[in-house]
Design a protein around this ligand. Structure first.
Ligand code: NDP
Length: 373
């Protein structure tokens, strides 16, 4: 399983072209395609960034271009599945280079705005890892929004390429179909609700350093697809799983409940922030200190959205059966990440909301899973 030919990690010129084409396409599409323009949160200096949420259109157009090009024989849909490791290492090199540039430009920036003000601890590794500026831009493109979009789309493109390989090999299984459907729905849903991303922790609180760039560009697309891919220990292409009908039904159930909680919780918070009087589950919202929502999902646990996301992650892995822990990499990683993130978020909220937060803790005692955690 871990018998990797390290030469496969050396990026060929073709994998570099694929990456360059991908980033150039996303930059151009993001700028010229129409989309709802959303104002971001108000930053500490009173400024607000604007985000053009045209990811769904950009993705649809890209898939159409790739499909037509493959039909015309201009490119092979298998390029990603066949060159997974090369693309991974090329992306890694790109992440290192781009974050070094971000470090240098951030370090020597004299901009005083909240978005571009340098936060320098003096520790090179720390500053490179966590980033120096909140919202660095390149040719007016907000890089944080750009990279997360690239990562989420990349995940779908990897999956589609693996699907094409399954068709070619005649190895399409029920497990692969289930995995593909769940992930495609999750990713499409992400782009349908792309504007919700503008109020998430990554966008509003995290600076842009290696941690975020690597997480967006490499971690999301390459490790979230472990269940399906053709790489060391990557799974469904090379492992046969016979799923029974009850197992499929149970799996769909986990996906649907997870989706309902994940999307419902994120949506409730988003609409509450826009208009604190909006009804929640048909009733006027319970509001703490005029600022925090304490009803709906946000009255059940303080991060029900994380619970929903964890159920979704589990549903992406269940199609692989339980014979190996490898396909469960994503839910296990997400569990660790979200527990850590929830703690950091609570610290930030306690500092920001003070006694209002204490009152919220009293009203809603559970962090993620009611009665358990
Ligand atoms: P949240 O969307 O939960 O945002 C947290 C912020 O929401 C807080 O800092 C606070 O910000 C505000 N807030 C918290 N409680 C309340 C409340 N009761 N009422 C009103 N506002 C509140 O966190 P994330 O940005 O971390 O996550 C967003 C989604 O992204 C989640 O569903 C998560 O699962 C998913 N995610 C997925 C990852 C993956 O790898 N798959 C990684 C990370 C996140 P403010 O100061 O603005 O009030």
């Amino acid at each position: 399983m871990l018998d990797i030919d390290l030469r496969l990690l050396l990026p060929s010129s073709q994998s570099v072209y694929v990456l360059v084409f991908y980033f150039v396409y996303l930059a151009v599409a993001g700028e010229i395609l129409p989309g709802k323009v959303i104002r971001g949160v108000v930053l500490s200096d009173g400024s607000q960034l604007r985000y053009r949420c045209n990811g769904l259109l950009a993705l649809t157009l890209l898939v159409a271009i790739l499909g037509i090009s493959a039909k015309l024989g201009v490119l092979s849909l298998l390029v990603v599945a066949d060159r997974g490791l090369e693309l991974l290492s090329a992306t890694f090199i790109f992440c290192v280079l781009v974050t070094l540039v971000l470090y240098i430009t951030g370090r020597y920036s004299s901009d005083k705005s909240s978005s571009l003000k340098p936060h320098v601890s003096g520790n090179l590794v720390h500053d490179w890892w966590f980033g120096i500026q909140l919202n660095p831009q390149f040719m007016s493109i907000d890089l944080k929004f750009f990279f997360v979009r690239a990562g989420m789309m990349g995940w779908l493109l990897i999956n589609l390429s693996i699907l094409a390989k399954c068709f070619q090999d005649g190895s399409l299984s029920r497990s692969m179909i289930l995995y593909q459907i769940f992930c495609a729905l999750y990713i499409l849903d992400y782009f349908v609700h792309e504007e919700y991303m503008t109020s998430t922790w990554d966008i509003i609180a995290e600076r842009l350093g290696f941690m975020l760039v690597f997480g967006d560009l490499l971690w999301i697309p390459f490790t979230f697809s472990i269940q399906a891919c053709n790489c060391p220990g990557w799974w469904l292409l090379y492992n046969k799983v016979e799923l029974s009908v009850p197992a499929i039904v149970d799996n769909c159930f986990v996906f649907l409940i997870g989706y309902m909680v994940f999307r419902g919780a994120n949506k409730q918070k988003h609409i509450f922030k826009k208009n604190p009087k909006t009804l929640i589950w048909g009733k006027p919202p319970v509001v703490v200190g005029g600022k925090l929502l304490a009803s709906g999902y946000w009255g059940i646990a303080r991060h029900c959205n994380y619970l929903g996301d964890l159920m979704l992650a589990l549903s992406f892995s269940l199609p692989c059966g339980i014979s190996s822990p490898v396909p469960y990499f994503y839910p296990i990683y997400l569990l660790i990440l979200l527990i850590w993130r929830e703690r950091r978020d609570e610290e930030r909220c306690a500092e920001k909301y003070k006694e209002v937060w204490t009152e919220y803790l009293r009203l809603v005692p559970y962090r993620i899973l009611p009665y358990v955690y």
